[in-house]
Structure formats: C-alpha cells, structure tokens
Design a protein around this ligand. Structure first.
Ligand code: AMP
Length: 246
C-alpha cells in the first residue's frame, strides 16, 4: 500500500514538475522518435521533432515548407537559421513551459550554440519558462550502422496516430495496416536506401561532433539503442531522474 502511494506520488510529480530541456541525440533510425514519445507521455511535456515540423510545413505549403521541400527529400540538412527560427517559435508556446523533448535538434554545432544562447535568454527574463538556465539532459542512442540501415528502410508509420512500425522487427498484425486505428501505412520519401545513406553521411559529418560538444558539458548519457524499446525507455527515465541538472 505504501509503495503504491509513493509510486503514484512520483508519477504526479513527473507530470507536474519542471523538467527542462531534454535532447534525444542519435543517427536516423536510432529510435529517437519512439523514445521521445515515451518520455513525452511519462512527463507530460511535448515532443518537438524538427523533422515532423518541417514535414508539416511542406504538407501545409507554407513559405518555409516551399523553401525546404526539395532538400528534405534529398537527405541534406536544412539551413541552420531557418530551423532555429522554427524551433524558437515552437518552444515559445505555453505547452513548453515545464520543458520539452527535442528530437532531431540540435543537429549541428551551430544549432547547439544557438540553443545555449536561447536558454540563457529565457533565463535572463526574456521568456516565461523557469528553466532557462538549466543545462539540457542529452540522451544519446547508440546503434551500429548496418542495423540502422535495416531499421530505416523497414520503417512504416501510421499517418493518423503517428505510431511507428518496422516490417522486419515490429510488424503490424495485418500487413500495411496500423494495429491501433486501422490507418494505412506510409513510407517517408527520405527512408529509401539512397537517401538514407546520404542522411547517415550528414549525421556523421555534422551531428556526431555534438557528442563531444555535450560530453565536455557533462550532461551526456549514452544508452545502447539496440535493446527492447521499454528497456531503453527505463534507462532514459533513470537518466532524467538522476542526472545532476545544476
Ligand atoms: P528527421 O525526421 O529528423 O530524420 O528529419 C528529416 C529531414 O528534415 C532531415 O533529413 C533534414 O533534411 C531535415 N531536418 C530535420 N531536423 C533538422 C535540423 N535540426 N537541422 C537541419 N535539418 C533538419
């Protein structure tokens, strides 16, 4: 009885307290989106995926969407300024006030430096969030190259609920159909093998340096991303609970 009380007290605390900035870092296919969703549900803070935001802009035909459409399908990275402006607008919304999970951002050292400045500016009173000065917790998912290729080229997602499947490792009960809501799967155009190789190259060249960048700041937690989803999530929650944020 006592244990039940304290565990429910903990879950209330998780969904009410200030969590700050959590970054999920890793190559395409490492499972960032899946883990970001689980953390989002456990802590009641939004998942901010720059890939999803960019795709949404393309789908809505916004000015930003028109600018990035061709590039998005090629595996290259969108201009830092465009992405940072988009992130700034998203993080300024009230649902981010207790914190948020960044999925796919920062992706370059320039973006990481921008984020540092942004968090400092929120701390110094230009924003409402109380966690501006808190150093982000960076959760790095580590997965071997060939495994990534299989994961991405087998990836399918439900257009209605956003659930992600894999035809090799996590197939749905009925081929091509979402178990949750019966939605018909879509394949992201940038999940084809040629584009994936480009995306992995861009990761190694531009994003991998962030591992060193955050390592020196002492808030990097490395997790083996080639484990069952729940086990990775448990390790991620543990990291969020235990990392020294000050
Ligand atoms: P993702 O869904 O995170 O794999 O992102 C899909 C595509 O969106 C990438 O291949 C890039 O072209 C673009 N993109 C997403 N996030 C960023 C970012 N932080 N910086 C630059 N480009 C990005």
């Amino acid at each position: 009885m006592k244990a039940q009380t304290s565990s429910s007290a903990l879950s209330v605390a998780r969904t009410e307290r200030v969590v700050g900035t959590i970054i999920v870092l890793g190559p395409p296919g490492a499972g960032k989106g899946t883990q970001a969703k689980l953390i989002s549900a456990a802590y009641g803070i939004p998942q901010v995926s720059t890939g999803d935001l960019l795709r949404d802009n393309v789908a809505r035909g916004t000015e930003l969407g028109l600018k990035v459409k061709a590039l998005l399908g090629s595996g290259g990275l969108v201009d830092d300024d465009l992405v940072c402006d988009m992130v700034s607008e998203r993080l300024g919304r009230p649902d981010c006030d207790r914190g948020y999970i960044l999925d796919g951002f920062p992706r370059t050292v320039v973006q990481a430096e921008w984020l540092n400045r942004y968090l400092k500016s929120r701390q110094s009173g230009n924003g409402t969030a109380p966690f501006g000065g808190m150093t982000p917790i960076v959760i790095r998912l580590v997965v071997e190259y060939n495994r990534l290729l299989q994961r991405i080229t087998g990836r399918r997602s439900c257009p209605t609920c956003g659930r992600i499947y894999n035809v090799y490792f996590q197939p749905p009960k009925v081929e091509g159909i979402c178990d949750v809501d019966g939605g018909r799967f879509v394949v992201r155009p940038d999940d084809t093998e040629e584009v994936v190789v480009e995306r992995l190259k861009a990761y190694e060249k531009l994003t991998l340096p962030l591992v060193d960048y955050y390592h020196t700041k002492g808030r990097l937690v490395e997790i083996n991303g080639d484990q069952p989803v729940e086990l990775i999530a448990a390790q991620a929650f543990n990291a969020i609970e235990n990392v020294n944020r000050l």
